[in-house]
Write a protein that binds this ligand. Structure first.
Ligand code: SF4
Length: 442
């Protein structure tokens, strides 16, 4: 009496996100969640789906992690259900978790998994397959009125079990990643692979959904740490993949974790390039350890102690020392991140200018990162008004022919810069642009 979930019966689709630069930006833990499902899952981009694929599928899993995915998910579910009204759609991710009612009512999604999905997702798929009672599956909000207790949240033990780097389930994504690693001169941010020392962040930054305060509302837990030995194993695994040339680290364990954690995680040198974002100033000897572990890279320093979210400035002499050390390696490029929303603070401007001028370091204004995002209440639910707002923002933009042409040209130029010019040159051009046109640094 079981549903036979053989090849092709479970599909994963990454919805179109019009505001993301690359189509291959998927949530970092998604491959690990898919790996936990007991049945074969095949991944697709929406444009790859055919009527045959949709009609054959019993279950469709979609990620709605960033709010950019809302409109794309709406269209996707509509298309799926038009061709296959029986298909069961499961959604998860940070944004899905905040809008379970809207997703089940307006987007016609059958089940939303709230919070962490490591245990609930495979358990829900098993319950669908075995046609058993779903009330024992935690964190589920169903269109059919089923709402189970939100009792599951990730632990270190479970985080340690995650396998983040197997992309075979999603061939076109794997192919995108291979192309980026093959053709890119350097190390683009926000594409696979990432090193994940923690889920959630130990810092309390107010405008970041990863901050400890927001994580408590969104996931009912604080930050969760992956063991240092596991992290060392992740690096060694990535080092063994011949197609992988770089690794991204946007969870700053080097500054935030205890010394022995850092030493264990970075115990073995590898051939990988590194993109690393510091939250605050790392101790100099830890910086040296990064230099000793990776081949080359770009290191993004923050001017303040909260990853550009505050005007609690780092002592300029400390920053200057770290940046000079980085430059001296000849293998690592330092970039100084700042946030122009603090430009009314004269001390902020003074320190930024002093550090940038003395080190002749490349700079980048990242104020654009901290735009608005849906903020949930204590129960992890965001307001219906915010749903409408973010749904509208995620729609395909209506552009005039001229704007489309401009974007097309800018995108081509970006590709030329990114894939043809070496990174050092690219960063120097960017920096020159900032120095010429941004009055903030004058
Ligand atoms: S340090 Fe960075 S990732 Fe962590 S909460 Fe602050 S802004 Fe978010």
């Amino acid at each position: 009496n079981h549903l036979q979930l053989t090849e092709g019966k479970i599909i994963y689709i990454h919805p179109t996100q019009y505001r993301m630069f690359y189509r291959c930006t998927i949530p970092m833990s998604l491959p690990a969640l898919i790996k936990r499902i007991d049945y074969p899952v095949k991944g697709f981009y929406p444009e790859e789906l055919t009527a045959d694929i949709i009609r054959k599928a019993e279950i469709a899993i979609i990620d709605i992690h960033w709010n950019y995915a809302l409109a794309g998910a709406y269209q996707l579910v509509k298309d799926l259900k038009e061709l296959n009204p029986e298909i069961i759609v499961i959604a998860g991710g940070m944004t899905a978790s905040m809008y379970p009612e809207q997703l089940t009512q307006k987007l016609d999604i059958d089940y939303v998994i709230r919070g962490d999905g490591e245990i609930p997702l495979p358990a829900l798929v098993n319950a669908i397959s075995e046609k058993t009672d779903m009330t024992h599956v935690p964190n589920v909000f169903g269109k059919n009125g089923l709402v189970t207790e939100w009792s599951y949240f990730l632990t270190s033990k479970e985080l340690n079990k995650n396998e983040f780097y197997d992309l075979r389930f999603f061939p076109s994504y794997q192919s995108d990643i291979r192309k980026i690693h093959k053709r890119h001169f350097g190390w683009p941010n926000y594409t696979f692979p990432y090193l994940l020392p923690f889920r959630g962040c130990p810092m309390p930054c107010p405008s970041c959904a990863g901050g400890i305060g927001e994580q408590k509302k969104l996931f009912r837990r604080g930050y969760v740490v992956r063991d240092a030995e596991k992290l060392a194993g992740d690096l060694s695994l990535l080092n063994s993949f011949k197609d992988i040339r770089f690794v991204n680290v946007i969870h700053d364990f080097v500054s935030l974790m205890p010394e022995d954690y850092v030493n264990t995680a970075l115990s073995t040198p590898n051939r990988l390039s590194l993109v690393y974002e510091f939250t605050t100033a790392p101790p100099p000897e830890r910086l040296e350890r990064l230099f000793g572990t990776f081949r080359r890279g770009v290191l993004y320093f923050s001017i303040d102690k909260m990853h550009t979210q505050s005007d609690h400035l780092i002592d300029p002499s400390v920053l200057i020392n770290l940046i000079e050390k980085t430059k001296k390696t000849g293998r690592f490029i330092p970039v100084l991140y700042y946030n122009s929303t603090f430009k009314s603070n004269p001390e902020y401007v003074k320190v930024l200018n002093a550090v940038a001028r003395q080190t002749r370091c490349l700079t980048a204004d990242v104020s654009g990162w901290w735009e608005d995002f849906p903020r949930p209440d204590e129960n992890g639910i965001a307001s219906p008004e915010s749903f409408s707002k973010f749904f509208d923002l995620s729609q395909k933009p209506k552009l005039s022919v001229l704007t489309k042409l401009k974007r097309w040209l800018v995108f081509r130029l970006y590709l030329v810069f990114t894939f043809i010019l070496p990174d050092v040159l690219l960063l120097k051009i960017k920096s020159a642009y900032v120095r010429l046109f941004n009055p903030y640094l004058q």
